[in-house]
Ligand binder design. Structure first.
Ligand code: ZN
Length: 183
């Protein structure tokens, strides 16, 4: 297995801003540990960031958020990218849609995406769906994703497991797997 660690939408808007989840801050330490672990073991760290233009379709549902030039689309301080990390900006829920992510992952030799970030039932779920159609294996880190409510979170984890064949693992299980030679 050749994994990449994907960090979805850990930006000001969703952690501290208008669309924050009550549990968004609580997953930062687990993601931080996974990032450190991935870097240590030569696993690619990839950020997917909502960066909207004012006419993007989602804005009619959620209102203006994470606009491309605003501070709200900046990655939170605790999870800043390092020199070798990649950052993809996206205009819809899925990190794969119109970003070139799938071809970059293939060029890097990645066959498994490890999903962290927010929200479990929106951007994490849509990214998982596209990862499925792009033929990547999917791991979702249960304590490193969060949603607006516990029921949204639980539903999405269950859906990804049952419908997309995702493995749902804890951050310590994933850290162990990274250390165990998943390079
Ligand atoms: Zn958005």
């Amino acid at each position: 297995m050749r994994p990449a660690l994907l960090i979805i939408d850990m930006i000001e808007e969703f952690v501290h801003g208008r669309l924050k989840s009550p549990s968004a801050e609580s997953i930062i330490p687990a993601i931080r540990t996974l990032i450190d672990n991935a870097r240590k073991h030569g696993i690619h760290v990839i950020y997917l960031i909502d960066s909207h233009l004012p006419f993007d379709r989602e804005l009619s549902i959620w209102g203006p958020h994470a606009l491309v030039h605003g501070e709200e689309s900046e990655i939170v301080e605790e999870l800043q990218p390092g020199g070798k990390d990649l950052v993809f900006r996206k205009r819809s829920y899925s990190g794969f849609r119109e970003t070139g992510l799938a071809s970059v992952l293939r060029d890097l030799g990645v066959d498994t995406v490890v999903l962290t970030g927010i929200h479990t039932h929106i951007c994490v779920l849509h990214t998982a769906i596209d990862a499925y159609y792009e033929r990547f294996n999917i791991i979702v880190v249960s304590d490193a994703v969060a949603a607006f409510s516990e029921s949204d979170h639980a539903y999405a984890l269950d859906y990804m497991r049952k419908v997309l064949g995702a493995k749902v693992l804890t951050s310590s299980e994933v850290a162990e797997a990274f250390a165990g030679g998943y390079k």
